[in-house]
Design a protein around this ligand. Structure first.
Ligand SMILES: [Zn+2]
Length: 294
């Protein structure tokens, strides 16, 4: 099942008016008289015109991301991070139907589930809407489920991105927001900040937190230890440090499965690799104002 991109409830990123032309590949703003086309299977609302990469590891990752199934399997198996996301996908199975609009903001090239609309500032092949996270082209209160998975650390203004995420979510709609906590610097192409658990829960203003999942302390340790071992062993050669860090993280990565046990134990959240918050936009919320983040 693929989402019908021609029927997305899109609004003008300049003035916030609903765009006219639903069902066609051209949308026009009745107020600004600007229009947007769908081309190469995507709506283009800002973002980048081609895929931009950061350092060597990151450009290697970007190339891998062009093979999304392989990339997801590799990440689940050999990344330092415990793949808690597998059980979240299982919980969500059957919930994304043709009548449900689910949007993954900052998807990269990975489609986490069929039927999810992928939004990213990079025009990867699996991206449906090219847009910045702090000015989404979706109508206010129009989206049923929003995913923001390991994205807020990469945006320069995470509070503006959260405000947009909340604006487009309909009352009663759910947000799934994952942020890293104990993870090394990873540009994709930028890396600006980390959140603690309470920091993330507070940042999601306008949403009620239903549950927060800690992904576990061993994952954080594996990430950092791999980087640390590579510092002396690379003998001062920077590219070798990147390669060795990846190698050590991969070799150590089976340890992350300890987090099945450890992630709920006392003290583990102090060094958790990251947190997933599942939150709901309350039904009584006042209607969101278009462009409310500005
Ligand atoms: Zn307009």
């Amino acid at each position: 099942m693929k989402a019908d991109l021609l029927r997305l409830p899109l609004e003008c990123p300049s003035c916030g008016d609903l765009l006219e032309g639903i069902g066609t590949a051209t949308r026009t703003c009745p107020r600004c008289d600007r229009s947007w086309q769908m081309s190469q299977g995507k709506w283009w609302f800002g973002g980048e015109t081609s895929v931009v990469t950061g350092d060597a590891t990151d450009s290697f990752k970007s190339r891998l991301k062009l093979h999304p199934k392989l990339y997801t399997t590799l990440i689940d198996l050999i990344s330092p991070v415990y793949p808690h996301w597998i059980s979240e996908r299982r919980r969500l199975r059957g919930r994304i139907t043709p009548s449900v609009l689910a949007v993954d903001i900052g998807s990269g090239n990975t489609r986490i589930m069929d039927g999810v609309v992928n939004v990213d500032l990079m025009p990867y092949p699996n991206v449906d809407v090219v847009s910045d996270a702090d000015r989404l082209p979706f109508a206010s209160d129009s989206v049923d489920i929003v995913f923001s998975i390991a994205v807020l650390e990469h945006v320069p203004d995470p509070h503006a991105a959260v405000a947009e995420l909340v604006r487009v979510l309909r009352p009663g709609g759910h947000a799934y927001v994952f942020v890293p906590f104990m993870q090394g610097f990873h540009a994709a192409p930028h890396d600006y900040q980390r959140f603690t658990r309470p920091g993330l829960e507070r940042a999601l203003r306008g949403l009620r937190v239903i549950r927060t999942e800690s992904f576990g302390p061993t994952s954080g340790l594996v990430w950092v230890l791999g980087e640390w071992l590579a510092i002396p062993l690379s003998l001062g050669i920077a590219p070798l440090q990147r390669v060795l860090a990846l190698l050590f993280q991969t070799l150590l990565s089976p340890l992350k499965f300890l987090d099945v046990l450890f992630r709920r134990m006392p003290g583990s959240e102090n060094i958790s690799t990251g947190f997933l918050v599942v939150a709901v936009k309350e039904k009584g919320s006042p209607p969101s104002v278009a462009g409310g983040s500005h």
